[in-house]
Design a binder for this molecule. Structure first.
Ligand SMILES: Nc1ncnc2c1ncn2[C@@H]1O[C@H](COP(=O)(O)OP(=O)(O)O[C@H]2O[C@H](CO)[C@@H](O)[C@H](O)[C@H]2O)[C@@H](O)[C@H]1O
Length: 482
């Protein structure tokens, strides 16, 4: 039996992406189609998303959706069904999906994403003629109210199952209790097993409490968030619902991330033609004004934040250069970290190149041209850049946490001898252990056979969506038969 799922998210590649959430939501429809699951994606009508549904006729109107009018439009996303919530009062703004160009969050984010969640629940439960879904799958706090609205719908409404996925627990959508009156929920929803969260309202909390199942994006992280240091206030709830928590690792979309076909590369290559990477290394050096040489070239493609351990990396750049390495960094985020990396580039001209900003094509060239990618995250639900690194022969050097622990095989002596190692892991996110991991990478790089073995083993690993798509499909079926 084919299952129809409404996937509800604030980002989906290629229409809107600020990070890994966009990649995963963009890849899910194809990943699940192979397992007899029909996915329709619902996105907010940001200007770029609206451009993709230009001229579409309205399928439904909400005269007053949590305080502003909205309509529903349809289009396609990579050949799969797309629904767009056109609500100009909420989404027709310049800037990013969550804030203005200067990075300040919009003051009315609670209203924007409450409206989004409300619309999702209406659509899933059949309020829009022509649409009927078996299950609603919500991603991150921006969609967290959708399962809550389903749960607190009038008793007569059709029961629709729901799944809440945590991609990043650090962002929780936490607001003052004063907004409750505007959410159009029954009074009983303001309760510890409802939308109430430490005296206020929690959007992610609401979704986690209401959903029939909770998933996160790696098995290790699913275990970590039971603990206070990773659960960030939600660990109690997650422990209470532990029987419903599943860790399903992300895959990568081979149509977008494949070094044999990638149009962003200077030269395409595969596992049998690794020397083809040299042309990409030269192009990368040119793009970052680095001295061309054959020594180890590290890269970073990351949000510049505490989560990603970028403060520790900033303290370790000098050691990396002193050891004979070079660094190309692409990222944006906290102003003080952007400043620290700009200064590092000034200290080490030709050895450290920094590009502050967001550049999708350049991120592909970095994976295709750098020798290793550094990912010193303090927590990492799954991580995608290490998966791209593995697929591209750009050896990941990662903190042993979350999905990084699950997807990289550390180059210890036994793994190297068995030729199964795919990268380097280190334990504590400190200057000392990161410097040690970088030194180990430089040492292994100096042994070309060993290094090529790391690259080839990584490129041979299977991170396609096939296995994970099957697991989501299985979970949906279990929930529908319960
Ligand atoms: N400056 C830049 N220019 C171009 N591209 C850039 C960029 N900065 C980052 N990216 C891209 O954004 C994505 C980042 O994805 P990650 O999974 O590594 O982390 P993120 O924290 O965003 O995702 C959260 O959700 C995902 C999805 O579940 C989890 O894997 C992860 O652990 C979790 O923190 C990658 O595609 C990367 O290439």
């Amino acid at each position: 039996m084919t299952i129809s799922v409404l996937s509800v998210a604030s980002e989906a590649y290629p229409l809107v992406k600020t990070g890994g959430l966009g990649d995963v939501v963009g890849a899910l429809p194809a990943a699940l189609a192979a397992h007899d699951v029909n996915v329709t994606t619902l996105l907010p009508g940001y200007p770029k998303v609206m451009a993709a549904v230009e001229g579409a006729a309205a399928l439904h109107d909400w005269p007053d959706l949590i305080g502003a009018p909205a309509r529903l439009l349809s289009g396609t996303l990579g050949g799969h069904k797309l629904l767009v919530l056109d609500a100009p009062g909420y989404f027709a703004r310049e800037g990013g999906p969550y804030g203005d160009g200067a990075g300040r969050d919009w003051d009315d984010n609670w209203r924007r994403f409450a409206a989004f969640g409300r619309a999702a629940a209406d659509i899933a439960s059949g309020a829009v003629r022509g649409f009927r879904f078996d299950l609603l799958h919500a991603h991150d706090w921006q969609s967290g109210m959708a399962p809550a609205y389903l749960r607190f719908a009038p008793a007569a409404a059709r029961r629709v199952r729901s799944v809440m996925t945590i991609h990043n627990i650090a962002f929780q959508g936490r607001y003052d209790p004063g907004i409750f009156a505007s959410l159009a929920l029954p009074d009983r929803a303001f309760a510890v097993d409802g939308v109430e969260y430490y005296g206020g309202i929690g959007f992610l909390k609401a979704g986690l409490e209401a959903a029939d199942a909770i998933t996160t994006v790696s098995p290790t992280y699913a275990g970590e968030i039971l603990r206070p240091d990773f659960g960030m206030g939600l660990e109690g709830l997650i422990r209470a619902r532990a029987g419903r928590v599943h860790g399903i690792v992300n895959g990568i979309d081979p149509a977008v991330w494949n070094p044999a076909t990638d149009p962003a590369l200077a030269e395409t290559y595969d596992r049998t033609s690794l020397p083809g990477r040299a042309a990409n290394k030269r192009a990368l050096e040119a793009a970052f004004a680095l001295e061309p040489d054959d020594g180890p070239l590290f890269c970073v493609v990351s949000r510049l934040t505490w989560q990603k351990g970028m403060d520790v990396l900033a303290d370790t750049v000098d050691a990396l250069v002193a050891g004979g390495g070079r660094l190309a960094l692409l990222g944006s985020g906290d102003a003080w970290l952007e400043h620290a990396f700009r200064q590092a580039a000034e200290r080490h001209p030709g050895r450290v190149g920094v590009r502050i900003g967001y550049d999708e094509a350049l991120s592909h060239l970095m994976q295709g041209g750098a020798d290793a990618i550094l990912i010193p995250s303090r927590f990492e639900p799954c991580g995608l850049t290490q998966l791209y690194g593995l697929a591209y022969g750009c050896v990941p050097v990662v903190a042993r946490t979350g999905g990084l622990a699950d997807t990289v095989i550390h180059a210890n002596a036994a793994a190297l001898d068995a030729r199964v190692a795919t990268g380097i892991q280190f334990d504590a996110v400190t200057h000392e252990s990161l410097a040690y991991a970088i030194a180990l990478a430089i040492q292994l790089f100096a042994e070309p056979d060993r290094w090529a073995s790391l690259q080839r083993a990584g490129m041979a690993a299977d991170f396609s969506w096939d296995t994970s798509g099957r697991r989501y499909a299985q979970l949906y079926r279990e929930l529908l038969s319960a």
